[in-house]
Unconditional design. Structure first.
Length: 197
């Protein structure tokens, strides 16, 4: 059962929430198979942590998602696959006078004003001890790429804690198997402990 880890002002069944950002004529966001799998893992492993943001269309008498469309799609697929889901999910209602204003809200919500840097990510992860391979497999931050990772300092640095040494997990995803092999071999030649799953 996917655990609910947030609260909302409304509680709705998945099938009572409709998708505004997709139609027969357009699809605002693409959800690749890889991202779909990451989101599925995240929901199954960490639970439903953020409420859906919804808008109620008076004219049609239905709720639309303003934020949470990809989670909604994944949850419906998980349900069809036999995964046990809660009966209702937490939602927070936003105000909009019509579909145009609700659609504008989707674009505003989708905007990413702050950019995660590699340095910021590393310090944040270390500060909160978030070096967790389970978490890494669920993240899709969209800004940290292999080219951004500076491994030169990490080669000789060893950090010890009272409970033992830290382990770091680097996941490299490539659409091309040849490129994946080149990256793997390059890392293997530079660093003593590199494994491939």
């Amino acid at each position: 059962m996917i655990e609910i880890k947030c609260k909302g002002t409304h509680w709705l069944k998945l099938h009572d929430i409709h998708i505004l950002q997709d139609s027969e004529n357009f699809c605002l966001k693409e959800l690749s198979k890889k991202s779909f799998d990451k989101l599925s893992k995240s929901l199954l492993r960490f639970g439903f942590q953020f409420p859906f943001f919804i808008w109620y269309c008076e004219e049609e008498k239905i709720y639309y998602t303003v934020d949470g469309t990809q989670r909604l799609k994944v949850l419906i697929t998980l349900e069809k696959s036999g995964n046990a889901l809660p009966e209702k999910f937490p939602c927070v209602e936003i105000e909009a006078k019509d579909k145009k204003e609700a659609a504008r809200t989707i674009l505003l919500q989708s905007s990413s004003y702050g950019k995660i840097t590699q340095e910021g990510y590393d310090a944040f992860s270390e500060n909160f001890e978030l070096c967790d391979c389970d978490l890494c497999e669920c993240l899709d931050l969209g800004v940290i790429t292999f080219e951004d990772i500076d491994l030169s300092e990490a080669k000789d640095r060893k950090e010890e804690k009272a409970c033992g040494s830290k382990k770091y997990c680097v996941i490299i995803e490539c659409d091309d198997q040849d490129i994946q092999e080149v990256v793997y071999n390059d890392l293997k030649n530079k660093y003593s402990k590199v494994t491939k799953k």
